[in-house]
Design a protein around this ligand. Structure first.
Ligand code: GUN
Length: 283
């Protein structure tokens, strides 16, 4: 049998519709500011899409574009201004930042109550303690995708490939919170295939095109592919995930496509986090 496809676009749309309807009932409009430094083409698209989506859902969305040459001090001052602006509920600083800026200092400067990325150490700590928190958008979106299958997370062996601060580590915390048995594999893991084989749930987040092959998967596994890799193929540039989708779908029970799987969920969860931050700041 062939795996059922998890339709990230449709699930993201339904979350956005919920968020839009909730915002409509408010007596104020939550505000999100996305800061982009410099002109990385991928970041340009991401940040523009975040601000655009915010507008569509009735949020106030502001894209703040700062020059590559900005000093760390000036960027910290900009973050501080947004922290102090009572009308701003969510602050997002698009990563990566230019090399002369220490991104840790910038992340630490964002008011944890406005940290809609969930990257501030305070929020990372709260996430790992299982407390109420603004959780990082991509892993939170992955949880929604897994839940959409109806396959219970509790008691399952979840294998996460990748240990980034943005995806792998918070993913582990979210799945542990839902009573999965969690393994985090990474570049130094010997015999990755044997580890992945144990996964009832596999989350691939390493940024290596088609690293996860069909033969590595347990039959019936729920496979979530976070990878977005642009590679040349047959003289064209194509977008592929960290999972070899074409073959893996013959083994998996459920699988996300690339594009159209995890990608659309990140932005939907960012909108959800902005609304949540706005509500919590006013309670
Ligand atoms: N760069 C890649 N992913 C992300 C993300 O989720 N948030 C931010 N701010 N930057 C990113």
């Amino acid at each position: 049998v062939t795996a059922r496809i998890i339709d990230g676009r449709a699930i993201a749309r339904s979350i956005e519709e919920e968020v839009r309807a909730e915002i409509e009932r408010l007596r104020f409009r939550p505000g999100l500011t996305a800061i982009r430094v410099g002109s990385d083409p991928a970041s340009e698209i991401y940040v523009r899409n975040k601000a655009k989506k915010a507008h569509q859902l009735g949020l106030r969305g502001d894209e703040r574009i700062l020059p590559d040459s900005i000093t760390e001090r000036d960027l910290l001052d900009e973050v501080q201004r947004l922290n102090e602006d009572a009308d701003i509920d969510g602050i997002l600083v698009q990563l990566p930042l230019p090399k002369h800026i220490d991104s840790r200092k910038i992340i630490d400067a964002v008011d944890p109550a406005k940290d809609v990325d969930g990257f501030h150490p305070m929020n990372v700590g709260r996430l790992h303690l299982g407390r109420e928190v603004l959780a990082p958008c991509t892993p939170a979106g992955c949880v929604r995708l897994i839940e959409s299958t109806g396959v219970p997370i509790e008691g399952k062996h979840a294998v996460i490939v990748g240990r980034s601060d943005i995806v792998g580590k918070p993913m582990a915390a979210l799945l542990l919170q839902r009573n999965a048995t969690v393994t985090v594999a990474h570049s130094r893991t010997p015999d990755l295939a044997a580890v992945v084989k144990q996964g009832d749930i596999v989350v691939a987040a390493v940024g290596k095109p088609r690293l996860i092959q069909a033969e590595m998967l347990k039959r019936g596994a729920v496979v979530i592919d976070v990878g977005i890799n642009r590679i040349p193929e047959n003289n064209r540039s194509v977008l592929v995930g960290d999972v070899d989708f074409g073959h893996a779908r013959e083994v998996a029970g459920w699988i996300t496509p690339v594009p159209g799987g995890v990608g659309p969920m990140t932005i939907a969860m960012l909108m959800r986090n902005t609304l949540t931050a706005a509500m919590w700041r006013r309670r």
